[in-house]
Design a binder for this molecule. Structure first.
Ligand code: C2E
Ligand code: CA
Ligand code: CA
Ligand code: CA
Length: 382
């Protein structure tokens, strides 16, 4: 299955004749390269090519790339030099599907994958593609319902001062109580939610819930995780402010945790959202600090209030000399910048001891407390 990439552009700038000329050129190219093939138009600028007697996936991918290379050579349409580009999806009969309809669906899935990756290339169908796609669609559909049906829940993990006993804050961590699959961890659905507007709906829900729970939590503020995808929306800060207003919560009661994958350039939507929130008193924590690259460079251009040291640096304390040095250095930098530094993933008393001496200002981890729903905290308090 072959789909032209640039035909819309051709149509827009040169009128219909250019688009038609491009299609004619495509069909001619195909007929020259594949004289034996059955070629049919599936609609628009999408064509199906049936080849008989080819059963090697790599050979078909090579063939597809040859077609694309030929198509990519400049031609002249209406006296203008034009280069055509397309994406090809390949499926094999009978390995991938016995029926024609299904075979086309699978070639389409491969094509769609190529388009999504922005490649003008040939992509062969693989069975994981089907499983991935199906899984993704299930999760998307279920998650959309889950937000409406209140199947989501926040668990709160306490954050302590370095003494290990003074409770200073909480981090909200989303959980999905799926009616069939049971509890689904965020790692299994945040990434999928980030591929659509679901992440915004989820993010709004998390903020609303955290605001509603804040009084019962008993700490002056609560941290929520915000995806970089959310920060890319032009109306993010505005909706955030609206939710705070509705809940009667002030910005200073909220900390947003952002991983360091955020682009730094000034003038970006992401940074203006962050600046708008900070103007409301919201504090910003750099999450998983050290897990990305260019971490130190990051500190220069980023308006933040708190550093959270990634738990991978804490895991091998106190034995790992280098991790120890890194943690101590981050703590020193934080100290001179007068920002808070929280160590994540504290699991042993030895780690706690090391971190205390290294100069971090707060601690979070299973040793001190696990994330728990609010109700179980009420239950244990009663
Ligand atoms: P994170 O923000 O780094 O959250 C900390 C994760 O480490 C949590 O996993 C927490 O349960 C776990 N953890 C806490 N203490 C320890 C410890 O001592 N040892 C170990 N091994 N793990 C510890 P969780 O809840 O599965 O969350 C995973 C990630 O999902 C979070 O990483 C965060 O990036 C994302 N996430 C969670 N809730 C939300 C949310 O509401 N919105 C968004 N956008 N992302 C979320
Ligand atoms: Ca197209
Ligand atoms: Ca976090
Ligand atoms: Ca983290």
């Amino acid at each position: 299955q072959i789909d032209m990439d640039k035909l819309k552009v051709l149509n827009d700038s040169h009128g219909h004749s250019a688009g038609d000329a491009a299609l004619v050129h495509l069909v001619k190219t195909l007929k020259t390269l594949l004289p034996e093939a059955l070629i049919g138009r599936l609609g628009g600028d999408e064509f199906g090519i049936a080849l008989i007697g080819q059963d090697s996936r790599p050979a078909l991918v090579r063939l597809g790339d040859q077609i694309l290379a030929t198509l990519g050579q400049p031609i002249s349409i209406d006296g203008r030099p034009i280069r055509l580009s397309a994406t090809i999806g390949v499926a094999l009969w009978p390995q991938d599907a016995a029926e024609a309809d299904e075979l086309i669906t699978k070639a389409d899935l491969a094509l769609y994958k190529g388009k999504k990756e922005g490649r003008a290339a040939t992509v062969a169908f693989e069975s994981e593609l089907m499983a991935d796609e199906r899984h993704k669609r299930f999760v998307e559909r279920d998650l959309r319902a889950a937000i409406l049906l209140n199947e989501l829940e926040l668990h709160y993990q306490p954050i302590f001062a370095v003494d290990g006993t003074t409770l200073i804050s909480h981090e909200a961590l989303v959980r999905w109580q799926h009616p069939v699959r049971g509890q689904v961890p965020p790692g299994d659905f945040i990434g999928i939610a980030e591929q659509s507007d679901l992440i915004d709906k989820l993010g709004d829900w998390v903020l609303r819930r955290a605001c509603a729970d804040l009084a019962a939590l008993g700490t002056p503020h609560v941290g929520i995780n915000v995806s970089v995808v959310q920060l890319r929306r032009g109306d993010f800060a505005e909706r955030f402010a609206d939710i705070l207003l509705e809940a009667g919560i002030s910005g200073s009661q909220i900390v947003i945790e952002i991983t360091e994958s955020l682009p730094l350039k000034s003038g970006t939507v992401e940074l203006s959202n962050i600046e708008a929130l900070r103007a409301l008193g919201v504090r910003v924590a750099i999450d998983d600090f050290g897990s990305g690259f260019a971490s130190l460079e990051y500190l220069r251009g980023f308006p933040f209030d708190i550093i959270k040291i990634d738990r991978s640096y804490v895991a091998n304390l106190p034995d790992s000399l280098i991790d120890g040095l890194i943690v101590s250095s981050i703590a020193k930098i934080a100290q001179s910048l007068e920002v808070e530094v929280i160590a994540e993933g504290v699991e042993t008393a030895e780690q706690l001891e090391f971190l205390r001496h290294a100069g971090v200002t707060a601690l979070q981890g299973y040793l001190l407390a696990r994330p728990e729903p609010l109700r179980s905290r009420f239950a244990s308090a009663a």
